[in-house]
Write a protein that binds this ligand. Structure first.
Ligand SMILES: NC(=O)c1ccc[n+]([C@@H]2O[C@H](COP(=O)([O-])OP(=O)(O)OC[C@H]3O[C@@H](n4cnc5c(N)ncnc54)[C@H](OP(=O)(O)O)[C@@H]3O)[C@@H](O)[C@H]2O)c1
Length: 225
C-alpha cells in the first residue's frame, strides 16, 4: 500500500503509463541525488542512464548544474545525451573506473548513483573521489557484490549510502516530503516531462522481463492490464 505522502496527482494530459514512474523511478532518482549531495559544480556518475530512473537522474543532475557522466549500452547513448549528459560511457566496457578517472583529471566523481551491481559495484567504488566521494547504492542489476571493512579502510575511502524508497517512505517522512515537493516543482517547471514508456500487454509480461534482462529496454516499461 502506498502511503498518502508518497502519492501525487497525475499531471494534466499525462497518460496512466506516463504517470507510472512518478511514484517510483523519479522519487528514487531525486532521493539518490539528495542523499548524494548533488550540487552545481559537482560531478555525478549515473549508471543505467537510459532507464526510467537513470534518465530522471541525468535530467535533474544537469538541471542543478552538475557535470554528468553516464553509462549505458551503446545503442542508448543518443537517448542519454539528449537528456543532458556531458559524457556517456559504454556500460559494458571493461574499465569504467579508469575511463571516469580520465574524464575527471584522475580525481574521480563526487557522487555515483550505483545500480549496476556485480562487478560494476567495485568499479563504482573506484570511480568515486577518495575521502569525500559518495556512492548511493539503490540497485543491483548485475547481481550481489560485497564490500568489507578492510576495503573501506585500505581500498575505497568513500561514503557508501544504501537507498530503498519503500523504507525511505516509511522511515524518513521528512526526507520524503522534501523529495515529493522537489518533484512537484520539477514537474511544474517543465524540467521533468512525461516521457515515452514502452507498453506491453499484461499477457506479454514475460517478454518485458526478457527484454530487461537482455538490457534492450529504454525508459519506463508499462504493463497494460
Ligand atoms: N532502491 C529502490 O528503492 C529502487 C527504486 C526504483 C528502482 N531501483 C533500481 O534502480 C535501477 C534502475 O531502475 P529502472 O526501473 O530505471 O530500470 P532500468 O534502468 O531500465 O534497468 C535496467 C538497465 O540496467 C542496466 N544494467 C546494468 N548492468 C546490468 C546487468 N548486469 N543486467 C541487466 N541490466 C543491467 C541496463 O542498462 P544498460 O545496458 O544501458 O547499461 C538495463 O537496461 C534498477 O536496478 C532498480 O532495481 C531501486
Amino acid at each position: 500500500m502506498l502511503p498518502a505522502a508518497a502519492a501525487m496527482p497525475v499531471p494534466d494530459g499525462w497518460t496512466d503509463e506516463q504517470a507510472l514512474g512518478l511514484v517510483v523511478n523519479r522519487p528514487t532518482a531525486l532521493a539518490a541525488l539528495r542523499l548524494g549531495g548533488v550540487a552545481a559544480g559537482r560531478t555525478v556518475l549515473v549508471h543505467a542512464a537510459a532507464g526510467a530512473t537513470g534518465q530522471a537522474a541525468v535530467t535533474i543532475a544537469r538541471h542543478v548544474g552538475a557535470t554528468v557522466i553516464a553509462t549505458a549500452s551503446p545503442g542508448k547513448h543518443a537517448t542519454v545525451l539528449a537528456r543532458g549528459a556531458h559524457h556517456v560511457l559504454d556500460s559494458r566496457g571493461d574499465d569504467i573506473a579508469r575511463e571516469v578517472r580520465a574524464l575527471t583529471d584522475g580525481a574521480g566523481v563526487d557522487l555515483v548513483l550505483e545500480s549496476a551491481g556485480g562487478a560494476g559495484f567495485a568499479a563504482s567504488l573506484a570511480a568515486a573521489k577518495r575521502v569525500t566521494g559518495r556512492v548511493v547504492v539503490f540497485g543491483l542489476a548485475g547481481g550481489e557484490a560485497s564490500l568489507s571493512n578492510w576495503g573501506l579502510v585500505y581500498e575505497h575511502q568513500v561514503h557508501v549510502i544504501g537507498l530503498n524508497l519503500g523504507v525511505l517512505i516509511r522511515a524518513a517522512p521528512q526526507v520524503l516530503g522534501e523529495v515529493m515537493a522537489e518533484l512537484s516543482a520539477l514537474l511544474a517547471g517543465g524540467v521533468l516531462t512525461p516521457g515515452r514508456p514502452t507498453v506491453y500487454d499484461l499477457a506479454d509480461g514475460a517478454r518485458a522481463l526478457t527484454d530487461l534482462e537482455a538490457r534492450s529496454t529504454v525508459g519506463k516499461l508499462a504493463l497494460l492490464p
